[in-house]
Design a binder for this molecule. Structure first.
Ligand code: NAP
Length: 322
């Protein structure tokens, strides 16, 4: 396992584990997944993963409970990251919600406490007042944000009066927005970009095609899995396979290596089974050659999916089975 080179109380592994899937029906993994989830966590620990990401929103607290129970006594050794869903995130609410998350996780302190998304009405001045007091009493280690643009990330830092260590954003080969400003800022200021959906929810695994789309409500709502986009992705997947073959690896591992190439980026893929966790952890050790990276960039640029408003009628038709 590799780690981010930054001064943090505990080392942060380049591959973490995302746990939205834990306790969430909308991924469609069925009742047996709760047992598998615990196995995934235990295997991640064996493999040197030190970053475990959850949120109060995931399964309405179930993800935090499952993660905390699976970590057991190892909770104190790793970086446990959770998120407050910012519904009225004024200081007293932030404090009360952190206490509730810590209780569900079974921890004395949350190593990284993140604001799940920017609140359009409540300013970060108020939210960060709550975060600062949580740090002062030791219930929160580092503060993070999620889905923030650069302006608001910096504003949050000014409001906190300390570093906001990380910004968790969607980042993969086919969602490259963070390369514009968030990643350069992280590198310059000693911060971290936490890449969520680094496999584009499994699109980049190459497992799915027009005749075999994934199940579950989450991915039924994801435009990348529209038949048209699965077809448009054929060449991109072929390039991933080509690079993967040269490393005796899988397309998913190469997709992860792509985002991890940036020193201040860590990725938190979710996993439906232990074997995926193993492969994802191993991806931290893959070094892409410059020509391989260039081929991936070119293939990703050439992929033109139907997204945004244009995808909405198609998503509705797909849901209605038409
Ligand atoms: N802050 C936010 O707003 C936000 C938003 C979304 C996610 N997140 C966080 O980021 C984490 C990851 O994002 P995500 O779950 O949306 O997407 P992701 O990590 O890109 O995709 C996860 C899915 O990809 C498949 N997969 C994983 N490893 C694989 C491998 N080695 N080979 C083949 N397939 C593999 C699995 O699905 P199948 O096996 O079923 O195909 C898995 O459930 C979440 O768990 C959550 O913690 C945060």
């Amino acid at each position: 396992m590799r780690f981010v080179r930054l001064d943090t109380p505990k080392p942060i592994s380049k591959i973490g584990l995302g746990t939205w899937q834990f306790g969430s029906r909308e991924w469609g993994y069925g009742p047996d997944y709760e047992r598998r989830a615990a196995e995934i966590v235990r295997r991640a620990l064996d493999l040197g993963v030190t970053l475990f990401d959850t949120a109060e929103l995931y399964g309405f607290g179930r993800s935090e409970r499952i993660l905390g129970a699976a970590l057991g006594d190892d909770r104190a050794k790793v970086v446990v990251a959770s998120k407050i869903f910012p519904l009225l995130p004024v200081a007293p609410v932030v404090q009360q919600r952190a206490v509730a998350s810590a209780a569900r996780l079974g921890v004395d302190g949350i190593d990284l406490y993140q604001v799940h998304q920017a609140n359009p009405v409540v300013a970060d001045t108020t939210t960060m007042r709550g975060m600062r007091s949580l740090q002062d009493v030791g219930l929160v280690g580092e503060v993070g944000v999620s889905n923030y643009d650069l302006r608001r990330w910096r504003f949050a830092e000014a409001a906190l009066g300390r570093r906001v260590l990380s910004n968790q954003v969607r980042y993969s080969m086919i969602d490259r927005g963070p390369e514009e400003d968030l990643i350069p800022y992280a590198e310059q200021a000693g911060r971290i970009v936490i890449a969520y959906s680094p496999l584009a929810q499994g699109f980049l695994s190459g497992r799915y095609d027009v005749t075999n789309p994934p199940a579950g409500a989450v991915r039924r709502a994801n435009p990348y899995f529209l038949p048209e986009n699965l077809a448009r992705g054929t060449q991109l997947i072929a390039t991933l396979r080509e690079v993967a073959d040269a490393h005796d690896a899988t397309p998913s591992q190469i997709a992860l290596a792509y985002v991890l190439r940036h020193p201040n980026v860590v990725a938190i893929p979710g996993a439906s089974g232990v074997e995926q966790m193993e492969r994802n952890a191993a991806a931290a050790d893959i070094d892409l050659a410059d020509d391989e990276y260039a081929a991936l960039v070119a293939a990703a640029h050439a992929f033109r999916p139907v997204t945004g408003l244009a995808a909405v009628p198609r998503l509705i038709r797909a849901r209605l089975g038409k």
